[in-house]
Design a protein around this ligand. Structure first.
Ligand SMILES: Cc1cc2nc3c(=O)[nH]c(=O)nc-3n(C[C@H](O)[C@H](O)[C@H](O)COP(=O)(O)OP(=O)(O)OC[C@H]3O[C@@H](n4cnc5c(N)ncnc54)[C@H](O)[C@@H]3O)c2cc1C
Length: 303
């Protein structure tokens, strides 16, 4: 997959109420707003009836999300699909990488929603992000040419990622984590024919390594094994928390991105809004923080 370059005035990472509100304000102010929409859905995409968003006595969450998106786009904001997998936020301009693109921006607004709880991560995952734990085959696969790597996850895109790792010359142990779905389709069977080992009955319980990934602990009906691998590629929703820490962002005691009352993070030109800050954990709060973050990001651009 070719990686291309994009450039924008303000990059907004996340397309929930916070990110879409920020995009609306940036675009309406005449600046280029690029909104990155990740694979994990907005919480507002989960169907529920919302009765406490002012102006709408009762509306379905998905309908409200659709309205937010159409309004942002109507002012010229561009919504692009892609998970942010790496951040270079120090200095100016700033760079955010997805599997498909490297995006350059004058300012960045982070609006990726509620952090993935640590309990849903594999033990060792957040500690070893960037040290062999990766969420992007295209970005990091070439570093492990000829080495044995584990692929974890059963999302539809996992097949594409395993194919990419194979094309880069990695030896692959694929632990989908559940049977059915992508790992049982004809493409997965074809991958097995090309030497990919698929362990459908197993689950990865731990990622081991001191400074770098050294192996995985796998639990299967036949027992628990420790398997040496040089890297672990995880294909599911991306827990931005560890990526943010690597990028130098300060988190608070709840592992949420720390902001001041102007939605400024500890890095100049980087703002955060919505559930990512654990502020109100409500749609109206997310939209309000998105608005403040956008206005402050516009101020930053003028400096
Ligand atoms: C069942 C349920 C009921 C609720 N009821 C109410 C209610 O009645 N009233 C109310 O006000 N609120 C309610 N909420 C809460 C509300 O939905 C959230 O507070 C709100 O959606 C938060 O908005 P957000 O923009 O911060 O994050 P989200 O809406 O979660 O959006 C996050 C966005 O970030 C993107 N993303 C994540 N990671 C990445 C990445 N690495 N790269 C790129 N993009 C990424 C996602 O794809 C998504 O687009 C409810 C939530 C749930 C789950």
């Amino acid at each position: 997959m070719a990686v291309h370059s994009l450039k924008t005035d303000i990059l907004i990472v996340g397309a929930g109420p916070a990110g879409l509100t920020a995009g609306l304000y940036v675009a309406r102010a005449g600046k280029k707003a690029l909104i990155l929409e990740g694979r994990g859905p907005s919480r507002l995409a989960i169907p529920y009836t919302i009765e406490n968003y002012p102006g709408f006595p009762s509306i379905s969450s998905q309908e409200l999300l659709g309205i937010f998106k159409r309004q942002a786009v109507s002012f010229g904001a561009e919504v692009v699909a892609g998970d942010a997998v790496a951040f270079m936020l120090d200095g100016s301009p700033k760079y955010v990488t997805t599997k498909e693109a490297v995006i350059e921006a004058g300012a960045v607004i982070l609006a990726t929603g509620k952090p993935v709880p640590k309990e849903r991560m594999i033990p060792g995952e957040d500690r070893l992000v960037g040290q062999g734990v990766s969420y992007c085959a295209t970005c990091d696969g070439p570093l492990f040419r000829g080495a044995t790597v584990a692929a974890v996850g059963h999302a539809e895109e996992a097949v594409e990622d395993v194919q990419a790792l194979l094309a880069m010359g990695c030896k692959i142990l694929w632990v989908p984590g559940k049977s059915g779905g992508a790992a049982d389709g004809p493409e997965a069977l074809a991958l097995e024919g090309k030497g990919v080992v698929v362990r459908r009955e197993a689950k990865v319980k731990e990622i081991r390594g001191d400074e770098r990934v050294e192996g995985i602990v796998v639990e299967a009906p036949s027992g628990t094994e420790v398997i040496p691998v040089s890297a672990v590629f995880i294909f599911r929703e991306i827990p931005a928390g560890p990526l943010f820490v690597r990028a130098g962002l300060a988190l608070d005691h709840k592992q949420c991105v720390a902001v001041d009352r102007f939605q400024r993070t500890n890095i100049p030109g980087v703002f955060a809004a919505g559930d990512i800050t654990c502020g109100g954990l409500q749609v109206v709060a997310a939209a309000g923080e998105g608005c403040v973050a956008a206005m402050q990001a516009l101020v930053h651009l003028r400096k």
